[in-house]
Design a binder for this molecule. Structure first.
Ligand SMILES: [Zn+2]
Ligand SMILES: [Zn+2]
Length: 304
C-alpha cells in the first residue's frame, strides 16, 4: 500500500513563508494498492494537486470524514469532476448528503454541483460500514470524536492496514484514551489528528495533543505513527523542533513516529519501494521544494 500525504494542515490553508517547509495544504491523503488503483481520504486543498492531467476517462473514489471547510474545499478543484469521461464515487457521511449542493447554492462555487461535467455518484457512509473497492482496497468507517460528528477510516490492502482518524479529540479520562487505542489497533500506519501539544491543547475543540497519540499508539501496537492536521499557527521551526524531540523520544523503540509534511510518501508491506503512484505527477513541485529545504531526499520510505 502506497500512502501520500497531500495536505497536512488543519483548520485553514497556510500559504506563508513560515509554514512552507511542512506545507500549508489542508487535509488529504492519497492511498493506493499495489495494483496502482486507489482512493482519497478527505478533500482539503491538498486534493487539488492530484491528477492535474488525468486520462480522458476513469474512476475515482473520494471519502470525506466530515464537512468542515479544511476537509472539503479542494473537492471542487479535483480534475475528474470536470471531465465527462470520469465517474467519481463520493463517500459522504450520511448526514452530509446535500452538502455539495448547499455550498454551491450559497455561491461558494459558480457551477452547481449537479452540473459538473464529470459523473458523481454519492454514496452515504456511516460508522460501522465496510466496503471493498474494485481496486481491492477494503475500507471501514468508524466514529471519531469531533464537534458535529466525524468519521475515521481504516483502509486495508496487500496485507497492510492504514488508520486515518480524520479530526479526533482524545478527551481527558481513561475511557477516551482506551478508545483511542482501540481505533488504532492493528495499524501498520496510523495518520492522526495531532493539532495540539499538551501545553496548548484546547478541550472540546475536537483535536488531540500529540502526546496522547503516542500513548494510544504504543498501547495498540502501531508500527508507524504520523502526526498531521498541524495547527495553522504552528511554524516550520516549531514542527522541526517537535520532529527532533520525537526522534530522541522514540529512538530505539518499536513505534516509529514522525511529523507529516506535504508530499510525505510511505510504502507499506512487502512490495517495497516502487515507482511513483502517478508517474505523470508523483508529487507537486511545491512538495519537492519543501523536502529539499528540509534536507530530505525525495523518494520513499520503506516501513517494513
Ligand atoms: Zn480539520
Ligand atoms: Zn473538523
Amino acid at each position: 500500500m502506497d500512502v501520500l500525504m497531500r495536505g497536512v494542515r488543519g483548520s485553514i490553508a497556510t500559504p506563508t513563508p513560515e509554514t512552507s517547509l511542512y506545507g500549508g495544504n489542508t487535509a488529504c491523503l492519497e492511498v493506493r494498492a499495489d495494483n496502482g488503483q486507489g482512493l482519497f481520504l478527505d478533500a482539503g486543498t491538498g486534493l487539488r494537486g492530484a491528477w492535474p492531467n488525468p486520462p480522458s476517462s476513469g474512476e475515482a473514489h473520494v471519502f470525506l470524514t466530515h464537512g468542515h471547510a479544511d476537509h472539503i474545499v479542494g473537492l471542487w478543484f479535483f480534475q475528474p469532476l470536470h471531465m465527462p469521461g470520469w465517474t467519481t464515487y463520493l463517500y459522504l457521511p450520511e448526514w452530509l448528503m446535500l452538502l455539495p449542493d448547499f455550498f454551491c447554492q450559497c455561491g461558494f462555487f459558480p457551477v452547481p454541483f449537479d452540473q459538473l461535467k464529470g459523473r458523481v455518484i454519492r454514496c452515504p457512509i456511516k460508522a460501522g460500514d465496510s466496503l471493498t473497492l474494485s481496486s481491492g482496497v477494503a475500507v471501514e468507517a468508524f466514529a471519531a470524536q469531533h464537534p458535529g460528528g466525524c468519521l475515521g477510516y481504516r483502509a486495508m490492502a496487500d496485507g497492510s492496514v492504514l488508520v486515518y482518524t480524520g479530526d479526533h479529540e482524545i478527551l481527558p479520562g481513561e475511557a477516551a484514551r482506551k478508545a483511542a487505542g482501540d481505533l488504532l489497533r492493528g495499524a501498520d500506519l496510523a495518520v492522526v489528528d495531532a493539532q495540539y501539544n499538551s501545553a496548548d491543547y484546547q478541550p472540546g475543540f475536537g483535536h488531540s495533543a500529540w502526546e496522547d497519540w503516542l500513548e494510544a499508539a504504543a498501547q495498540a501496537g502501531v508500527k508507524r505513527l504520523v502526526l498531521t492536521h498541524h495547527d495553522p499557527n504552528r511554524s516550520d521551526h516549531e514542527l522541526g523542533l517537535l520532529e527532533k524531540s520525537l526522534l530522541e523520544l522514540t529512538g530505539g523503540h518499536d513505534l516509529k513516529v514522525q511529523v507529516a509534511h506535504d508530499g510525505l510518501r510511505l510504502i507499506l508491506g512487502a512490495a517495497g519501494p516502487r515507482g511513483p503512484a502517478d508517474p505523470k505527477q508523483p508529487l507537486s513541485q511545491y512538495s519537492y521544494r519543501s523536502m529539499y529545504r528540509l534536507g530530505f531526499k525525495p523518494g520513499t520510505i520503506k516501513t517494513s
